[in-house]
Design a protein around this ligand. Structure first.
Ligand SMILES: [Zn+2]
Ligand SMILES: [Zn+2]
Length: 432
């Protein structure tokens, strides 16, 4: 039996032997960007790679999700996550000319690192010394975009939630998983930040149209939406007691022609906070403001409320493992795992509701995420190091009798059950 250090050496060497192949996969996915729930090519490529390693991926979870298990005895189950979806940013110089899709959040590096981790562990026969299961989970749709398209998929029963990981939870993909790991691409350094949760609102104001030059009998839906925007601006005062709360939105429809008083106007809003109960309070205040403003001008409104993502709080013990893994590669590196809060959101938060999770970061990108400047400039860091950090963490968690993995898995008792999570998040879904 190899010592833990010998096993790490062998797995890192196995990853290095696959270097060109791993980077080629990353480039391939960068050149074939697919937005959430449309990651068909990415999922097919991932399935092929996992099958070639002798694993048996199950596919088709929430359209493009997949999972393959490397069984290494009777111990905890660790999920290595690989996000697959792109953004849509047509002005990015490398956006797909037809769809505008581009990996300007770098998720192609994460699915690539997940596949590379499977290669390294299988090639080095790590299962001989590990105790547990490594579940490689290809995750659709982390970015919360194309709300209308996804609402239709939900209505058609093809997905269960806006976010891919939430939808996979509803599919039962994570029922037997004890903890989850992933490193997000970044143009910054090594860090593990906590994230806000949120819910989505889609509001339609209904009024009565007339000729705009004869508005006597009208009920102007655009005016109601206008009043509602003011109400939301004033409502911020009530929620300014912490600086992580966010309420932001857009007017998506304000009438069709200039000479008709609009009988329909639409708003789309995202309400974020670090605590889902606070998101619920925001949601209730939001609904009250919409109804009040509609009624003040003789209109009505329909509010479609949809669960977003649960807040992410990274697990301390796993953060330490992440820092250890980074330091194994770069002993001098600064690793920030101090629970700093970014006000953005990620659907790994939904996993954090039901199990210990850790989302670290992995450098190698340049430019801000979600901007036209974002690109990978260091393949070694973005693809190979990310792969190695995953693999080193798995080894620390499951080596020998999986002592560390078992102690972290025991923290699952502090999380919600899957059933409770489903019930709680479903309470955000309603039309009123
Ligand atoms: Zn993003
Ligand atoms: Zn992202």
């Amino acid at each position: 039996m190899r010592s833990i250090e010998e096993l790490k050496r062998d797995v890192l060497a196995a990853i290095d032997r696959r270097r060109e192949e791993i980077i080629a996969i990353g480039h391939n996915i960068w050149k074939n960007p697919e937005p959430g729930y449309k990651e068909l090519k990415t999922a097919a490529l991932s399935e092929k790679v996992l099958k070639e390693l002798g694993l048996s991926p199950k596919t088709g979870y929430s359209i493009t999700g997949l999972r393959a298990d490397l069984k290494c005895g009777d111990g905890p189950t660790v999920a290595i996550l690989g996000e697959m979806d792109s953004l849509i940013l047509p002005t990015h110089p490398e956006a797909d000319p037809k769809t505008g899709a581009v990996h300007s959040c770098g998720h192609h590096t994460m699915i690539t690192a997940m596949l590379g981790t499977a290669m390294g562990l299988v090639d080095a026969k790590a299962s001989d010394e590990l105790c547990g299961t490594v579940a490689f989970v290809g995750c659709p749709a982390e970015e919360c975009i194309e709300l209308e398209y996804r609402s239709k998929l939900i209505a058609d029963g093809k997905i269960k939630a806006l976010g891919g990981k939430a939808s996979l939870i509803f599919d039962g993909v994570f029922d037997d998983v004890d903890m989850s790991i992933m490193q997000h691409a970044t143009s910054g350094g090594y860090h593990s930040y906590d994230h806000n949760g949120f819910c989505m609102k889609s509001v339609t104001f209904h009024g009565v149209s007339t000729h705009a030059a004869g508005p006597g009998g009208s009920q102007n839906a655009l005016s109601a939406a206008n009043l509602a925007l003011h109400a939301l601006a004033l409502l911020r005062e009530k929620f300014c007691t912490d600086n992580s709360t966010r309420m932001h939105g857009i007017l998506t429809s304000g009438g069709d022609t200039v000479n008709i008083i609009p009988d329909t106007a639409k708003l789309e809003y995202q309400l974020r906070a670090f605590d889902m109960n606070r998101v619920k309070a925001l949601s209730e205040a939001f609904d009250q403001a919409m109804k009040g403003c509609a009624s003040a001008l003789g209109c009505t409104c329909t509010i479609e409320s949809i669960a977003g993502y649960y807040p992410l709080i990274n697990n301390d013990a796993m953060c330490k493992l992440y820092a250890d893994a980074v330091h194994k590669l770069y002993p001098e590196a600064e690793v920030d795992v101090e629970h700093k809060l970014t006000c953005g959101s990620t659907d790994i938060g939904d996993l954090c509701a039901i199990m210990p999770v850790m989302q670290g970061s992995c450098p190698g990108a340049q430019g801000g995420g979600h901007t036209v400047n974002f690109k990978i400039v260091d393949d070694e860091k973005a693809f190979i190091d990310n792969t190695k950090i995953n693999a080193l963490m798995v080894i620390d968690l499951l080596y020998g009798n999986a002592e560390l993995g078992k102690s972290i898995a025991a923290e699952k008792k502090n999380c919600m059950s899957v059933a409770k999570y489903k019930e709680f998040m479903s309470s955000f879904n309603y039309v009123g």
